[in-house]
Ligand binder design. Sequence first.
Ligand code: ADP
Length: 742
Amino acid sequence: MSLANKLSEERRARLAAERLLEQKQAELYAANRKLGRHARQLSVEIVETRAEVKNVRDENKRVKSDLTVAHQKIEIAERRLWHSIETIQDGFAFFDADSKMIGANRSYMSVFDGLEEVRPGISYIRILQLATEEGIINIGDERPAAWRARMLERWQDPAPEPIIIRLWNDVYIKFIDQRGAGGDVVSLALNITDTVRYEKELKKERSNAEAANRAKSSFLANMSHEIRTPMNGVVGMAELLTDTELDEEQRLYVNTIKNSGEALLVIINDVLDYSKIEAEKLKLHPEPFDLERCIHEVIMLLQPPARDKGFDLMVDYDMFLPTQYIGDPGRLRQILTNLLGNAVKFTSNGHVLIRVVGVHPEGSDETHVHVTIEDTGIGIPADKVDHIFGEFNQVEDEQNRQFEGTGLGLAITQRLIKLMGGKIWVDSEEGVGSAFGFRITMPVADTLEEVAPVLPASLKRALIVDDHEVNRAILEKQMDVLGIQTVSCTNGAEALAALEAPFDLVLTDHNMPDMDGLELAETIRARGCDVPIILLSSNTGYAEQDPARAHLQGILQKPTPRRELFAKLKSLGADVIEASAEERPAPAPEAEAEIEVEPVARPMRILAAEDNKTNQLVFRKMIKTLDVELLFAANGLEAVAAFRDFNPDLIFMDISMPKMDGKEATKEIRAIEAEAGGHVPIVALTAHAMDGDKDGILAAGLDHYLTKPLRKAAIHETIMEHCPEGARPPKPESEEPAQAAG
Ligand code: ADP
């Protein structure tokens, strides 16, 4: 190779190397620029990241501090909770869902005193085992395994019932366990030893009190019985005595003994019954009986006082209610006598109505019988309605105090009804009337009883004549059940007008204003009408003797048991015409009043205020040998009036009297004297021989004081002492000193 070649070759190579260098330099430059850009970008990012890191760090710091505060709070709350749980006297423990103890307070743990094993982590089953093995609990006669099984079964219940456990030292713990949502159990152990002890004491005290009460009642029952026996002798012998030959005065004495004895017997019988019920000695004697008849028997007894007062006793016995039941008729009669007796006693006009209805549940042989006794009497104030059922409780107002009674009737009635499994209630409005009701359930004795009999076909229309609306309504109802049409009239004149139309029967009341039932019958016959007439009378004996009886087809006692009414209607078909035309005996001539001759010098005037008739009689007899003019006042009001009209020289004043008592009457008399002048001596007669009473009586303006029972000598002495000038001496000088009353 030539040099030139070599040189050109070298030049070419050098040129190529220079181009490569140039290219590499350009690439290096481009790369350098890119690197510069990248570096700039990176440094921006670094600045941003640093800022973020700082933020995050700050945040972290804050969170950490918050967490610390929260932790502290939780710690405090937990400490407080445990402190509280520790403070309560009762035991408290938590168990997890596997029945392992999570924790318990000291009180809970104290029961297991000294047992290391009992601590958080122990299972409930193990606790039960320790409780029995270590004798911590007193399980009585129960076997430990059985007790544990019972406790465990309870524990597993989703909502265990509280249970009471007795510990070895007679401490009683009531466990109340509650299962939470996650299966945890909170167990509360309450120490109820004091409550249990108190309950035991209370039970003991109560049974002691009941035993004492029974003993007292038993004593009272025995005593009442003991008193009743000789009392019966007294009453019985007095009755016998009245049949012997006696002069008028002796008869009066004997009758007084008899009446007082009988009144006392009623009280003793009430006390005896009440005590028997209290002592749980009263037993019922159920037997088949007729309820309707039972009611009518009681009514018969109470008819005379009701008739004397001029009002009717009525019975409305549900037509579809059986009458034959199994019950204690004697005690039922007693209940009815008490309630009806009160109704008659506290009613002076209007009526007393006894209603009997019942519910006979299908398929049952028992009937719920409701009896109500309505009256139109004085009524009971609303605030006294509960009070009157208490023993010896009465409404203590002026109106009530006019009536006698022990206040035991309703208490006995209520207890008897309770003994029969029934209930008593009362509805009353003061001044309007009362309705006492009771309900008892009795088995029906005879379900095949005939309610409506087969009547003569001719009996289709009846005329009812009664001035009393309730009576008419009852009769209408009874006739309706028998399919008899009725027309009702309120008096004889209306009935006569109604009889222009045809009737098959006249049912008339006896006692009516203007024209009574017998006169009506007479007039009907006088008009030539021969319709059968039945008289309903509350005094059949009297009606039977009336000549007009001949016009009647029958007389029925009022109120009429429905059997008797039906029987009478049935017999009408047989056309039985009863006749009895006995002459009514002429009334005995009234005894003529004795005419006294007025003496020259006036006798001493004595006013005695005394409400009790027997005491009046005793007083009258005690001073019968004295020549005085005696006037009785039955209460304080009468005494004040008599003081004005009678102008007495001396007043004997009973303290306890109805309407106005002796103290009030004396105050009024003293007030009158303060205006008009004068001062009448007033001597208190009182049964209250108690200390302190004397001062109260004298403070009311009374001058002297005598305690009952009265002594004849003391009364004579008082009278003699107070005889005023101008009056005849009550006891003539010659007379022997009066004997003390025996
Ligand atoms: P007693 O009739 O012997 O006083 P009760 O226990 O039978 O005793 O009655 C208690 C009281 O209840 C009566 O004193 C009376 O005040 C009141 N009472 C009872 N029944 C009636 C009645 N039908 N109307 C008004 N008050 C009555």
